[in-house]
Design a protein around this ligand. Sequence first.
Ligand code: COA
Length: 538
Amino acid sequence: MGPVDLVSTPLVSRLKVTGAEYQDNAAAMTVLVGDVEALHRELLGGGGPQYVERHLARGKLMVRERLEALVDPGTPVLELCPLAGLETGDSVGGGVVVALAEIFHTQCLVIANDPTVRGGTTSPTTIKKLLRAMDVAELNRLPLVILVESGGADLPRQADVFVPGGEQFRRLTQLSAKGIPSICVVFGSSTAGGAYLPGMSDYTVMVDGRARVFLGGPPLVKMAIGEDADEEELGGALMHARTSGLCDYLARDEDEALRLARGIVAHLHWPRLGPGPSGPADPPLFPAEELLGIASVDVRVPFDVREILARIVDGSRFEEFKASYGAQLVCGWASLGGYPLGIVANNGILFSEEAQKGAQFIQLCNRSDTPILFVQNITGFMVGTRYEQGGIIKDGAKLINAVSNSTVPHLTLMVGASYGAGNYAMAGRAYDPRFVFTWPNHRIAVMGPKQLAGVLSIVRRNAAQSAGRPFDEQADEELRSETEAQIERESTARFATGRLWDDGIIDPRQTRTVLAIALTAVHSAAVQGTATFGVVRH
Ligand code: COA
């Protein structure tokens, strides 16, 4: 029996898996999971059959085949922001794959263009996704491998991508300056600004006869200086290997290029600076399957968040902190994949006591260098005269202060509502958690659709009254339902993930697996907590 067993009691489940509520929840969640899976499957078709067939006919591997050949066989690959761009008008996925993957026993961050999607060109979504990838590599200190085949900026959309797109090259060279290795493998076009991907990476591999790396391709050279340039002489792999010196490793074909990239990762002997798992990584006592039926798709229906914890943490062990105080915020210690974890999880609305408890707990996690998992199901802080007079703002500020200044890694999981300041206080995207994953039922907005539409209606009514105008009840009713429908649409998991407010919508049953991969990434960097208000206890 390890020391963990002496203090942590396994959680008890009261879930009635044969009950109607569980069955209804599971059925509704299964439909949502199916929708997300269908969207993921569509990504495999790249830019469509016409482009895929042409790509394959050229003897090239599809982007995910390249990824598969790069990673250690049989190891999990976690794609980040796979549905970026959904419901924005951009290509879903942004024509680029970003993934956490094991290469030669080293966890790396891989960025890989999908050349079948508009020639692998860069849309605003692509840029957001690339910059998110750079964040992940930098914050977690992960070697970066970039598989390039891209037409560069989407030219008709140059106004949207040219200026912001520059940041990817700045970030890439800053990664190198921080000692985080970058390896660029060029399979095809790497043109204009895109030429700085190999240009600013620590290592470059190019596929002979395929890689084309130039600041200006033949058409631009003709336009600029009237020269008739030959593609191979201008930017071919052989030229860069023999003449310009940009290419460090010349590969005969794609397979060899990927083998060379694996070899480079192997010789890095990349050290992990965070502690390794320190406890048993035994599975929870309850089946992951049951995660489907805990949360309702109607985020107003409450449930006990401990039912989720019981199905994701090691051995379902949980040492609850201040269990009887501020009971709507569940705090405590557990482990996942053997990594110690502080947990801050909503079990209802936040009051002053919950906020103070959360702030204290976050500081304690900082004192013991323990990463924190935030489990969000939060409609916000309590409002009303009694609570304002009781100091809900100043107590909420303590929690937001602690979340903002905490330096241990944060992971955020959204399993229901993420409304209002609750999103901030529970480490929403703007608070820089290392990773944010969501369940397909989650809703995210400044407030619920009904409340928001009702607030606007009261504002309109008051404005009419102070201006002495008659109030059109029917027009207000119409506007109210329009607004409600708009917020309903804008607060879905699909809408949020399209805008990269998270790193992916996951199947609830895979929560433990996904978090274990994320925790492995987090521990590639040192884990140091420094947040404190001077005294931990309030
Ligand atoms: N901007 C916008 N669309 C682009 C593009 C770009 N930079 N590059 C390619 N596309 C589009 C093509 O118009 C084509 O669209 P369509 O099928 O609707 O007609 C689609 O992407 C596929 O391109 P295609 O040229 O048919 O594919 P390919 O595999 O034979 O060649 C490239 C791919 C990238 C080598 C080639 O398209 C190219 O050289 N593009 C221009 C690159 C460039 O100069 N970029 C400068 C960026 S600053």
